[in-house]
Design a protein around this ligand. Structure first.
Ligand SMILES: NC(=O)c1ccc[n+]([C@@H]2O[C@H](COP(=O)([O-])OP(=O)(O)OC[C@H]3O[C@@H](n4cnc5c(N)ncnc54)[C@H](OP(=O)(O)O)[C@@H]3O)[C@@H](O)[C@H]2O)c1
Length: 281
């Protein structure tokens, strides 16, 4: 029986493995998987077991009866549901004890443009009959690192979120929560709405950038139409630009501003504030 982490070459997956070890889980009880397991040599050197697991073609030998599996949502929107289904079916065949899935806020009841694939995956997990834990992860603070670099260059943060707020937390906080629910019992069929403790607005984001950069940064509010033009002028294709603007409208509607306290409760400490994370960039 192992704690199995998928996508361990990714930023979240790697942090989860590190947090499991930091929580005292023996390295030999952790199976880190990825489609490029050779990229996990440093974890293997620490005694973590390593195997290949590709969402597009899951090898039945990888998972075992009694495993607790973290299924990190795939990074390829559009094909995530069949990819996740491959993993869930393999897990059911192997008889894993529980699947922990990284979902999206209020996945089954939200207009968030990213949510439908997460909601479909949650349904597949419910239908699988396997015990599950849904980690409905809110926004990573790191999503604003490109905006930080833009602010460094231009002194502005351009967005069409209006007065929208974002209850973000750093990836490491979400990884901590995953490590807790993977290594403890009592999270069977639980749904956690994970977010930072404070929902900040874009004036606060600009202020955090100002402090970290040591130069004034202001928030430039633009209409969705103007935002689309700016992004296309910057070289984004129509689909990507439209997606970014649609997400900003989700933020404007407050869909990523909900603060339930679930994340702080799971990790047993307050989430790391926006300014503290930005100061490390
Ligand atoms: N909450 C948020 O703000 C937020 C933001 C961005 C993404 N996400 C979601 O959260 C997930 C984890 O975030 P992250 O920051 O760790 O993303 P990331 O650093 O981009 O990592 C994505 C991981 O998915 C793996 N992957 C992609 N296709 C795969 C396949 N066919 N089989 C196996 N593994 C595959 C990648 O493997 P390779 O190393 O082989 O490419 C990589 O390990 C993302 O995949 C996405 O679903 C959430």
């Amino acid at each position: 029986m192992s704690i199995v982490v998928t996508a361990a070459t990714g930023q979240l997956g790697r942090l989860v493995v590190e947090r499991l070890l930091a929580r005292g889980v023996p390295a030999g009880d952790v199976l880190a998987t990825a489609r490029r397991p050779e990229a996990l040599a440093d974890l293997e050197a620490q005694g973590v077991r390593v195997a290949g697991l590709d969402y597009d073609d899951v090898d039945d030998e990888v998972l075992s009866s009694g495993d607790v599996l973290l299924l990190v949502s795939s990074s390829t929107p559009g094909i995530r549901v069949p990819q996740h289904e491959n993993v869930i079916r393999a897990a059911a065949r192997a008889g894993v004890a529980r699947i922990v899935y990284t979902s999206a806020p209020a996945a089954d009841d939200t207009d968030l443009v990213l949510a439908p694939e997460h909601a479909a995956t949650e349904r597949l997990l419910e239908e699988s009959g396997l015990p599950y834990t849904f980690l409905r992860n809110g926004w990573y603070t790191e999503n604003y690192q490109p905006a930080f670099e833009q602010a460094r260059a231009t002194g502005t943060v351009v967005a069409s979120v209006g007065d929208g707020r974002v209850a973000s937390a750093p990836r490491a906080d979400f990884a901590d929560a995953a490590a807790v629910v993977l290594s403890e019992t009592g999270h069977e069929n639980a749904v956690y709405e994970l977010s930072g403790d404070h929902a900040w607005d874009f004036d606060e984001l600009a202020a955090a950038f100002t402090d970290a950069l040591g130069k004034p940064v202001s928030y430039e509010r633009v209409s969705p139409e103007r935002h689309l033009e700016i992004l296309k002028d910057a070289g984004l294709d129509d689909g990507t630009a439209g997606f970014v603007v649609a997400l900003d409208q989700n933020l404007a509607a407050g869909l990523l501003a909900v603060t339930t306290g679930d994340l702080a409760r799971l990790i047993g400490r307050p989430t790391v504030p926006l300014a503290e994370t930005v100061a490390t960039w």
